[in-house]
Design a protein around this ligand. Structure first.
Ligand SMILES: [Zn+2]
Ligand SMILES: [Zn+2]
Length: 188
């Protein structure tokens, strides 16, 4: 059985080098749907609490929300950083609090302090799915991702690949010591 969680990401980007409107900076509300597979946990009668999927995903993905997403070779990147620098917000601002942990994968690097994500490839809906899977595959047993943004939508399916030990009381994943981070349950 699957548990499904959705989250919204509002971001700005452009397709650098693309011959169309999308070569200009513009924004979207993207909707990401994450489908997680698992056995139904008899104690709580759910695969994985959807709010926990959301929490786990949001912790990382909030770096994409109200963020600027640019490809690493886009000349806007040094230009924007220069403006942020001069304005004194390059390394953070008191109002910029919704920051996830900085991350760097082969496909994307997040700079939460200035709400910027730099990508290796153009950030299309397909590109976003690759980035998200890479960021979350070790945390969630993802079997399908769907990302829609405006009229564009893409999805990809994956083989179940994680066997997550879950708390029989809360349904959430136990930590590496077999302890529930929420209620303290300890695996015998
Ligand atoms: Zn776009
Ligand atoms: Zn628990």
């Amino acid at each position: 059985m699957k548990s499904i969680a959705k989250l919204d990401l509002q971001y700005a980007h452009r397709f650098y080098g693309f011959k169309g409107e999308a070569q200009y900076l513009h924004g979207h509300t993207g909707i990401l749907t994450i489908e997680v597979e698992g056995s139904v946990n008899p104690g709580v009668n759910m695969v994985f609490p959807c709010n926990e999927i959301q929490k786990t995903a949001w912790d990382v993905l909030k770096n994409f929300d109200h963020a600027l997403i640019l490809r690493e070779d886009d000349p806007l990147l040094p230009a924007v950083l220069d403006v942020y620098e001069k304005q004194g917000i390059r390394n953070g601002a008191p109002s910029n609090t919704m920051k996830g942990p900085a991350f760097k994968t082969e496909l994307a690097t997040a700079y939460p302090e200035c709400r910027l994500v730099v990508t290796k490839e153009t950030m299309t809906v397909e590109g976003m799915i690759k980035i998200v899977y890479d960021l979350l595959k070790d945390k969630l047993n993802i079997v399908k991702l769907t990302f829609s943004s405006g009229v564009n939508e893409a999805s990809e399916e994956y083989e179940p690949h994680l066997n997550v030990d879950r708390c029989p009381l809360c349904g959430i994943a136990l930590d590496e010591n077999g302890v529930c981070p929420k209620c303290g349950y300890r695996k015998a």
